[in-house]
Design a protein around this ligand. Sequence first.
Ligand code: COA
Length: 369
Amino acid sequence: MSDALYSPSLEGVVVGQTAISDVDGAQGRLSYRGVAIDELAKWPYLDVALLVITGKRAPAAQIEAWNTWMLGHCQLSPRERSWLELLPPSLHTMEVLQSAAPALAAQVLQPPAGIEADPDLLRGLFIAAKLPAFLAAKYRQDQKLVLVEQQEGSSLNERFLFLLHGSLPTAEQVRALDTVQILQLEHSYNAGTFAGRVCASTNAPIASSISASIGTLFGNLHGGADEAVMGMAKRIGRLDNVKPYIDQLLGEKGKVMGMGHREYKRLDPRAAILKPMAEALCHDAAARDNFELLKEIERYSRERFLKKGKDIWANLEFYKGAVFEALGIAPAYYTGVFACSRVFGYVAHFMEFRPVRKLIRPRAQYRPQ
Ligand code: COA
């Protein structure tokens, strides 16, 4: 065993191949299926989701058929509502979503009329349609609000915002959410996707694989950093508190949430799109103050990192909260919104991996104490 390759955290280890997305960390570039993220950020959301899963842009009629099908499932049945009510209210949204995926595995599904769909793909898209409905219902349950019964909204993200707030969002808000969801839809062998592939490698079904991925996304070194950034910003509170807070945090070897990335050694290309978008959306004084605070945290952290010779940049999570605040989404639900889009990436990886899957089972060095 002593001569075997050992890399704690698998850093630098290539564990598989994929044609789904390309994360070029050295150049700070990202593409899905060969299309650059800057271009994809302008596409309709479902077009990107289906491109990521199938590898090609679907014809408009097919996208419309899937959109109608998904909207038809983006609501909770009486049984699903009762299930949600039985869960302890103290569960985090991510724990609810992680549990929901396999709980949805039993339902018999019919594909959209005229489309022949692979059963795993159908199950995956069904879960992707249900997650926003669970997330909105969990929010309303936590806020002691009546669940929204009507089914308004003509796209998944418009429907989600309607189910969340009980009123239709503006076109600007839907476009903003579409863009964030496109940016975070897929990211190669990130920890959550890798966990899903490990699960799939045992021949477990797609719902279990998605559940494993969502559980992994929850942690604050991964997707959970979005919620943690806003927690940090709230604790800092004022511009003149940024320096003492960051100095103390770094002095105690803490992590500045939303900064740094395993792959990107330059600015995360998703953060480059998100930052100006957040600025444009921060209309009122409170939102602007919050944005200015984030900018100062980023500026001062980078200054501190550079003094130590570390070129650490903001990642996708850093400015997401500024956008979500403008959309009326509370921090405890940020990572849940992330899961609603990343699930399409999980489905894509399950489908890609299925024909070639082989048990993923690394070795460990035995080190008696
Ligand atoms: N705050 C403070 N220090 C950081 C940092 C951050 N956000 N990100 C990296 N570093 C430092 C580490 O302390 C380490 O310093 P050292 O070499 O002196 O020990 C060095 O940079 C390398 O970081 P490390 O955590 O080992 O790199 P990694 O590739 O394992 O980590 C992350 C990548 C994302 C886990 C890490 O940057 C991080 O924890 N970021 C904050 C959480 C976050 O935003 N996650 C979302 C990622 S999309």
